[in-house]
Design a protein around this ligand. Structure first.
Ligand code: LLP
Length: 422
């Protein structure tokens, strides 16, 4: 469910017409709906009513301060994977006691910053990280509360680039090795290992891989307890998929996911943490772009738009499908054309959609690339020296730019000419 709908033939975000935002901001731009962000957060957290669960939004999905602040006001915590994300979560008002720090390559300075901030939990992904965290915490007379991320060797059945729970993936500690690592953690000063963590991948559209992983985690908790470890917390990561193809896509509802969690884990009486990212932000954002040219080639028709792979890399990187809607709704009888929808970047991989049936569009028309709220703006670059796309947040009938488009001056000023070239 989201709040992007046609009203009188014009696509709106909540009560705001997209052409109005386009006139104020220029194109392309990302546009987020507060009501949709809030709704998704509530649906997910309410699915766990009655279970001792908390939601730490995976900031990587969309780390705009306004997005994090919208969720923080509802009580969300944050899952961060870098000092930069940690600083964003803090700046947006997430209290340190609701922040967990994931990631395979935390540097010394990141660990020190997180310790000094007093975050709630480090998700430790390797033995060297465990040793280093102990040293850095002990040197400061601190104790780091940790969960050990286990790799359950389960196939998440999602795109290979976003699958994280197989033995060959770099994430976590193999479940066979984990007991030895908990034993080591128990000996180490400055470490309190009361948790276990798992995350097997993103955009999972089937509960079975989750269930396989969570059952393995439950068995491990029982074994670890039998060995004397007081495991009281389980972090089950994120990964629940979202519909990208409107009503044709029906991933499991958070209620079904929560019921499955209860079946697998409920008897352990642990505090649960979830790290959803895409589920909250994905369908709460769109990328709005303008047609530059309609170009009819010998072989096919291209719709050349002003957004490109540097703005939204998902189609080319993960073969991802994003629905495309004309901002001005076409009549049912309108002529349809099969387009490759492409951007101006000088690469054949620069496309938003291939072979897509759309009403005939012409230069100047606006389109909306749907479901772009997660892993859109955060993965953008300035490739081809294209300014980063601005972001706009809508709330009911008002909107605000929450990130401005940088000027060309500001972009060029980031580089410096060394003295020998002056
Ligand atoms: N927790 C951890 C440890 C993660 O690595 C991730 C995502 C999440 C939580 C949130 O997963 P979600 O609920 O959003 O599925 N750029 C890719 C997705 C990369 C996901 C990386 N990790 C894409 O555009 O599909």
């Amino acid at each position: 469910m989201h709040h992007f709908e046609y009203r009188d033939g014009v696509l709106h975000v909540e009560d705001v017409a997209i052409p109005e935002i386009a006139a104020a901001t220029g194109t392309p731009f990302y546009c987020y709906s507060s009501a949709t962000l809030e709704r998704h957060y509530r649906v997910f957290s309410e699915a766990f009513r009655g279970q001792p669960a908390r939601v730490c939004y995976a900031v990587k999905a969309n780390s705009n301060l306004a997005v994090i602040a919208t969720l923080a006001r509802l009580g969300a915590g944050a899952d961060v994977v870098s000092e930069g994300e940690l600083r964003r979560a803090l700046a947006a008002g997430v209290p340190p006691r609701k922040i967990v720090f994931s990631g395979v390559g935390k540097t010394d300075s990141e660990i020190i910053f997180a310790l000094e901030t007093g975050i709630d939990q480090f998700n430790v992904e390797s033995e060297p990280e465990l040793e280093r965290l102990s040293e850095l915490a002990t040197a400061r007379d601190m104790t780091a509360r940790i969960a050990i991320r286990v790799n359950p060797d389960v196939d998440a059945r999602t795109h290979e680039k976003i699958s994280t729970g197989k033995a060959e993936n770099k994430f976590g500690i193999s479940w066979q090795r984990a007991p030895a690592v908990y034993a080591r953690a128990a000996e180490l000063p400055g470490i309190e290992a009361t948790g276990i963590d798992v995350h097997i991948g993103s955009q999972l559209t089937d509960l079975a891989p989750f269930e396989a992983a969570f059952r393995r985690v439950a068995d491990m908790v029982e074994n670890l307890r039998a060995q004397g470890h007081d495991i009281t917390r389980i972090d089950l990561g994120g990964g629940l998929g979202i519909p990208y193809r409107g009503d044709n896509d029906v991933p499991p509802h958070p209620d079904e996911y929560a019921a499955m969690v209860k079946r697998c884990i409920g008897h352990l009486g642990c505090e649960l943490t979830f790290e959803p990212g895409r589920l909250i932000a994905g369908n709460a954002g769109i990328l709005v772009s303008r047609v530059i040219y309609e170009k009819t080639g010998d072989d096919r028709s291209f719709l050349i738009i002003d957004a490109a792979m540097n703005d939204l890399i998902r189609p080319t990187l993960y073969d991802a499908f994003h629905e495309i809607r004309p901002v001005i709704e076409a009549a049912g009888t309108a002529e349809k054309v099969t387009y490759d929808v492409v951007g101006p970047v000088c690469e054949t991989g620069d496309f938003m959609a291939k072979g897509r049936r759309l009403p005939r569009l012409k230069a100047g028309d606006l389109i909306a690339i749907m479901s772009a709220g997660a892993y859109g703006a955060v993965q953008a670059s300035e490739y081809n020296t294209r300014p980063l796309v601005p972001e706009v947040l809508v709330q009911v009938d008002r909107f605000a730019q929450v990130r401005a488009r940088p000027s060309y001056d500001a972009i060029l000023k980031q580089d410096m000419i060394p003295s020998w070239l002056e």
